[in-house]
Design a protein around this ligand. Sequence first.
Ligand code: GLC
Length: 433
Amino acid sequence: MTDILKPNPVAGDMEWFVHDRFGMFIHWGTYALAARHEWVKNHERMDDAAYRKYFTYFDPDLYDPAAWARAARKAGMKYVVLTTKHHEGFCLWDSAYTDYKVTNTPYGKDALLPFVDAFRAEGLKVGFYYSLIDWHHPDFPIDGIHPLRDHPDAVEMNKSRDIGKYREYLHNQVRELLTDFGKIDILWFDFSYPTNEHRGMRGKGHEDWGSDELLTMIRELQPGIIVNNRLNLPADRADIHTPEQYQPTEWVKVDGKRVYWETCQTFSGSWGYYRDEMTWKSPEQLIRMLVNSVSCGGNLLMNVGPTARGAFDDRACKALQVYEHWMRLHSRSIYGCTQSEFDAPADCRFTQNGKRLYLHIFAWPFRAIHLPGFAGKVDYAQLLNDASEVLMKETEEDVHANMVETTGCGTLTLELPVTKPDVTVPVVELFLK
Ligand code: GLC
């Protein structure tokens, strides 16, 4: 890749990140009991008393982080990002700064240390998601996305809420997370909304969080850690940019410059476990999301929302198996790969790793794929799933007449079997000369 195409250097260690490409996001908290979206407290405008039942009954008796880690590793995921605290404010570790934590639920044990150990044991890198927003902390001022936003006394209640105290809490917790759990590879903050306004109550941004100081502390505690872009600081202070539930179709740019990026996606629309949600993505959609991300120089962070028993439900297991089966045969077109220097033909995506070019075929054609301009460039071609040779033919002229004319090069035709190989997305591996 020429330098102009590369993102500017950042503070975080990006080498493993751009190699590994595929991670697991996990959203798990007391909202798993409600099982109707991790924003349920906000959606249903619940106060702390109404929401308390999910804390009172939090008892994930099937929680086995080793099983989660194994499923992630088998799916081909190389890193994990877990919600240590989501917007609800509940902490999955034994924080010294709050009582609203897992050790005080019927479960009664720390959930984070065993998690970190289990994922490291499977060889995955470990990231922490930490919600800047906190709908439980008594000093967090009510704003337009707070569950109490429409409470008649909200404005009055804010008079006794001190963002300075909340900021201190946030910094203390982040220090704890980056001190007590060994090397942490990613810190994933969520999120800032400085321009939001509701009944005169304003949203929150870098001044509220003390983002500048916070980031300095983070870099001191964990050099090399990758920090995302949701602290409301200038774009170049972030290591990765994080388009959410949307699939970029080209390399993500900020101020006209390519950046390191990772899209986060769900199996079914919500992040937390949602029993009645039916919009589960098809196997094709799941694999294409991964391929599309890498073909545009990015990563995919795919989410699982475990149940309140502490397990992945059958639908999530099936979705993970889709990745497992495909990655077993095709991980070579993902790991270490990035956007290709070549444009892919219709219904296809390229990824590239040096002299190996991977043609992902989204719609299986009849017998042939033509690659204008490729004559003389490819030494050997094979289907990746079984390393069976793909015969090639070079034509001087015409398959795609105008391309041939404009490039002055011939077309390479790949001769494909009539029947699509029995894999979700077939890949042809092209060895460039
Ligand atoms: C949004 C949501 C949140 C989710 C996150 C993941 O910002 O607030 O529920 O954790 O997206 O990117």
